[in-house]
Design a protein around this ligand. Structure first.
Ligand SMILES: C[S@@+](CC[C@H](N)C(=O)[O-])C[C@H]1O[C@@H](n2cnc3c(N)ncnc32)[C@H](O)[C@@H]1O
Length: 268
């Protein structure tokens, strides 16, 4: 179960980050704090990431139908708009209304749709709605139970034969800051981020181990096909990009043939 307070805190923190320094909050780089990301450079990082991902999907033989994609935790649409070059329709969802407002303003000419999803599930989407669910740098910012429940939802909303791509930290690196994240209480980290580092709001960080993703996806007819290391300069986490294939129905074992929908995560 997810605590209502934790969910509200997540929404409040990211709304504040989106209001005060949205591009930096999406791609944290100390040199770009305070509005110092150039928009063109920022969007170019998204195009480069998606070009690489599409090539890798082809190489792995995944997600051959390219009708629709969901960008979960889309922020200001850095990756949503890059995905729209490869898919007929793309929708970006985010918990923070401030991020969605920026995305709508920045990408009004692209045909992408952007929507606030302030729920612990994806109940506004029916089963098997997308060929791809993409989520980059999102699931680490929330309580693990909530991340797991979204991953179950990704499996539900992807069509058989489609794919889920997740960019997440496997574990902390042995840098000074990485060790702080690993050993200091979450409350103290929140305080350090705001009082010492002057973040506009705290940014929760949790590892998302591969074993957990494998457990969560396994029951729904999905499996991890590849996990590629991502080298992000100055990052205190060991990042992986996971390619999860959702098995076509004709290749599933009888027990998995009907992948049941999941229940919404309960808020308490
Ligand atoms: C580091 S940013 C990454 C944005 C985007 N994926 C990118 O890479 O350009 C993390 C994003 O996740 C969003 N987020 C955090 N928790 C979320 C949730 N429960 N549901 C949807 N979005 C969430 C935040 O509002 C923020 O926009």
């Amino acid at each position: 179960m997810i605590s209502r307070n934790h969910f509200a805190e997540l929404s409040r923190d990211w709304t504040r980050l989106g209001l005060e320094d949205p591009l930096w909050a999406v791609c944290v780089d100390p040199a770009r704090r305070g509005g110092r990301w150039q928009l063109d450079d920022f969007l170019a990082t998204g195009r480069a990431e998606i070009t690489e991902v599409m090539l890798r999907l082809d190489q792995l033989g995944l997600c051959q139908s390219r009708m629709s994609a969901l960008d979960f935790g889309c922020g200001v649409g850095r990756l949503t708009t890059a995905l729209s070059v490869h898919f007929e329709s793309v929708i970006g969802v985010d918990i923070a209304p401030s991020m969605i407002e920026h995305a709508q303003r920045l990408h009004s000419a692209t045909g992408c749709a952007f929507k606030v999803n302030d729920r612990p599930d994806l109940s506004s989407f029916s089963d098997r709605s997308f060929d791809l669910v993409y989520s980059s740098l999102v699931l680490q910012h929330m309580p693990p139970a909530l991340a797991d429940s979204y991953i179950r939802e990704f499996v539900r909303v992807v069509r058989p034969g489609g794919a889920i791509v997740l960019v997440v930290p496997e574990t902390h690196r042995r840098t000074a800051r990485g060790l702080v994240y690993a050993h200091v209480s979450r409350r103290l980290i929140r305080w350090i981020q705001v009082a010492l580092f002057r973040y506009p709001a705290p940014m929760r960080m949790e590892a998302v181990p591969t074993s957990r993703i494998a457990n969560v996806t396994g029951g729904g007819g999905a499996h991890i096909v590849a996990s590629d290391p991502q080298l992000i300069p100055g990052c205190h986490w060991r990042m992986l990009r996971h390619y999860v294939g959702v098995t076509p129905l004709d290749r599933r074992s009888p027990g998995l043939a009907a992948s049941p929908g999941v229940n919404s995560t309960e808020l308490r």
